[in-house]
Design a protein around this ligand. Structure first.
Ligand code: CP3
Length: 339
């Protein structure tokens, strides 16, 4: 078993800097497109043997140091009662957005064993195949709430902020239900064999720090507090989170994921004992190889004093990324960080 990822999460020195990439299984891989050609995305997420195949696709091509479960942050949201669908080019849509007390009341706290057993089954199957650690994940409550309230992706988060500012009590009730679902989902994933857990807070960066502190962070803290006993590394990724970094350091995570807008060395100095994960601009994968290598070298150097560094992108891989560039990036990380 290649332990470099788990060692870096714990702040231990590994033989090289471990690397994995957000959205490493996905549409930039022709073999993923081939599977997707036969089945809609949401159905794919519910078929363990296909989720296993797709999770393993990047690991067959590249020397990644961790695998991430193939699923979606909206799976538990659907299990709560959201009428979820995905449309080509439009992203996720929820037909019954949750905008009033009745709608919040109707949502249920999901029960993983009954409502999403395919996730745990995928994890059990994957653990038999993998020789690198498997990362489980969920959406952070605020990010999940935006999808539930807006009914899909959003630009200005008008409905979310309307509820947050206008009916804070209702917003907190919604966050309570989501958080309980996330706790149960992540616990079930760890019990099925996930060896690290990441919370994706894709939209945290649209909040002012004062609102993040009141409406989002306490729920992240609750989730990590309730999962501490699992003894697996807990990773918090707040996208566009430079202005939230000092607060994020109080989340209870062992590892902070960083987007590319932040200098990794500055971030590492500010967060002290926590490990860092990140943070190459995903578009840097389009650079000529020598410039890509130079940039990866600078990033590794910037993170040299961090209490553990896991190399990653600052957000998910773009669909047009040439797989060959991903292979080169992984090789450069390993070569330049070998100790
Ligand atoms: O490889 C991995 O990283 C693991 C799998 C994974 C997916 N989604 C697969 C996926 C993970 C960890 C996610 C998380 C996720 N899902 C997030 C948080 C991370 C982030 O990117 O900020 C969010 C916000 C979602 C919600 C979601 N799911 C969106 C906005 C979309 C894109 C819709 C579109 O049409 O572009 C998805 C779909 C999705 N999730 C795809 C994949 C591979 C593409 C689906 C397809 O095949 O068409």
């Amino acid at each position: 078993m290649n332990e470099s990822f788990l060692q870096a999460c714990r702040g231990e020195r590994a033989s090289h800097t471990p690397v994995w990439m957000m959205r490493q299984a996905g549409r930039y891989l022709p073999e993923y497109q081939k599977v997707r050609g036969t089945i809609p995305f949401l159905e794919l997420c519910k078929r363990p043997e296909l989720c296993v195949e797709v999770t393993l696709q990047p690991l067959k091509r590249f020397d990644m140091d961790a695998a991430i479960l193939f699923s979606d942050i909206l799976i538990p949201i659907e299990a709560m009662g959201a009428e979820l669908s995905f449309h080509e080019g439009k992203g996720p849509l929820i037909a019954n957005p949750c905008r009033d007390a009745e709608a919040v009341g109707r949502l249920k706290v999901a029960e993983p064993a009954n409502d999403m057993p395919f996730v745990q089954e995928t994890i059990r199957l994957l653990r038999r195949e993998l020789d690198v650690p498997l990362i489980g994940f969920a959406g952070a409550p605020f990010t999940c709430a935006t999808y539930l309230i807006e009914g899909g992706s959003s630009k200005f988060f008008h409905e979310t902020k309307k509820m947050m500012f206008g009916q804070p009590g209702l917003f907190h009730r919604l966050m309570d239900k989501i958080s309980e679902t996330v706790i149960r989902s992540l616990r079930a994933q760890a019990e099925a064999g996930a060896q690290a857990l990441q919370l994706f807070d894709t939209w945290a960066g649209v909040l002012a720090p004062c609102d993040f502190e009141v409406f989002a962070l306490p729920y992240v803290q609750r989730i990590f507090r309730k999962l501490r006993d699992l003894n697996v590394p807990l990773i918090y990724f707040a996208n566009n989170g430079a202005t939230l970094i000092d607060l994020s350091a109080q989340s209870g995570a062992h590892v902070l994921g960083l987007d590319w807008r932040m200098d990794i060395g500055d971030a590492a100095r500010r967060i002290g004992r926590l490990a860092v994960q990140g943070n190459l601009d995903p578009l840097a994968l389009f650079l000529p190889p020598d410039e890509l290598k130079e940039r990866i070298g600078r990033l590794l150097n910037g993170a040299r004093d961090a209490c553990g560094h896991i190399f990653n992108l600052g957000h998910g891989i773009h669909q047009q990324t040439p797989p060959e560039q991903v292979r080169l990036a992984v090789e450069f990380v390993h070569e330049l960080s070998a100790r």
